[in-house]
Each structure stands twice: as C-alpha cells, then as structure tokens.
Design a protein around this ligand. Structure first.
Ligand SMILES: [Zn+2]
Length: 235
C-alpha cells in the first residue's frame, strides 16, 4: 500500500470535519441573514403606524378647531341677547351666520379626517398580520437550522472519533506530522500529480523525477517543490 493511501483516507474525514465546522461556525450569521429579511416588512409596519398616528393627530387638531368655532357661535349668541336696538341685533345675526358657516366648514373637515382613520387602521392591521406571518415563518426556519446544527454537532463528534482511528492507520509518523503541519496552511493537503507533472494544488510544473519518486513508493512522501503539498499519482 502506498504511504499516501491512509493520508487520503484521513483527508477525506478532515474534509467532512471542515465542512461541518464551517456550517456550525456560519450558523449565527445564517440566522442573522434570515432575521434581516424582516427589516423591510417591519419598516412598512412602522410606516403604517406613523400614518395612523398622523391621521389621529389631524382629527384631534380639527376637533379643537370645531370646538373653538362652536364657542364663538355661542359667544356671539350670548352677546346678541344683550343688544337693544334692532340694527345691532341684525348685524350680529349676520356675524352669527358667518361664524356658523365657518363652523360647518370645520365640521366637514372633521368628517373627512375621521374617514381617514379606519382605512389607516386597516393598513396597520394588514401590515402587522404580514409581519407576524413572516416572523413565524422565519422563526420556524431558524428552529429547523438549529435542529440541523444539532445533527451536525453529533456528526462532527462521530467524525472526530473516526479521525482518531484514521490517524492511527498512517504508519509513517513523519508523513502524519507533515500532513498535520500542512493542514493549517493549505487545503487540500494531499493532491494528485497530473500526467504532465503538474501539482493538483498549486498547478505548477514539477521536475521530471517527481513522478518517478512517487512511483518508487519507498515509504517517504513526495512533496510539491512549490507549495509543499503531498503528491500522489493521478489515476
Ligand atoms: Zn504545489
């Protein structure tokens, strides 16, 4: 058996471990991404809320105007009672009519403003329902991500056990040490040498004797002259 064979088996397990670790590492960011999808819907809801607030403030303001006009009409009527001569009385009647006209205008404005409240409230309710629905959907998906992460964690632990056995199967301690050292800087560590003597890791040409050294299989690993990766003959 080639010295590289058990290293390839080890590398296969390490590949699985790397992928599981990456998935677990990326999980918080993945969750954030999902939750950030709510931003637009949440902003739309806030906007409908502020529209409703404005409509309510508008009603309050016009109610104040109506109140003021009513008081003015009443005040003019009270004043009219104290008027003695007919001309003053009629002049006051005209003023009261004008004030009443003004009051009616404000009352019409109030009705129009009140008409805005229900549709604005309906838009708030619809936006809230949409937000709630999307929130529920995203939280369900996040729960699913957590469930998958728990599976990944269990699988990771299983693979780590397998790895220990696979490392034991590498008979050359030098080869194993070399593999472990390279693993922190390069991936994959064990790569094929192509038919035309190109390293499968860095894609640079190797000297003609490289293929010969690999085929000799004397128990020593053969490293790429450029990137230091461990080479084996491509089938
Ligand atoms: Zn290389």
């Amino acid at each position: 058996m080639s010295v590289v064979q058990p290293l390839l088996a080890l590398q296969e397990i390490d590949e699985v471990i790397r992928n599981l670790e990456k998935a677990l590492r990326d999980l918080p960011e993945r969750k954030n991404q999902e939750r950030s999808r709510l931003k637009g819907v949440s902003e739309a809801y806030t906007l409908t809320q502020s529209d409703l607030k404005i409509a309510q403030l508008n009603v309050n303001a016009i109610e104040g105007e109506v109140d003021e006009r009513k008081k003015r009409v009443q005040r003019l009527r009270d004043q009219q009672q104290s008027l003695k001569n007919n001309r003053d009385f009629q002049a006051m009647s005209r003023e009261i009519n004008l004030a009443n006209g003004d009051l009616e205008k404000q009352e019409a404005r109030l009705i129009a403003a009140l008409d805005e409240i229900n549709p604005a409230q309906a838009r708030v309710d619809a936006a809230k329902a949409k937000l709630d629905a999307e929130e529920a959907e995203i939280e369900a998906f996040i729960a699913e991500l957590d469930r998958r992460a728990a599976e990944s964690q269990a699988e990771l632990e299983r693979q780590i056990t397998l790895r220990a056995a696979a490392a034991t199967a590498v008979t050359s301690p030098q080869a194993l040490a070399m593999y472990e050292r390279l693993k922190t800087r390069r991936w994959p560590v064990v790569v094929p040498l192509s038919e035309n003597s190109v390293c499968g890791g860095c894609h640079l040409n190797q000297p003609p004797q490289t293929a010969h050294l690999i085929k000799r299989n004397d128990g020593n690993v053969v490293a790429c002259q450029m990137c230091g990766r461990i080479l084996y003959m491509a089938e």
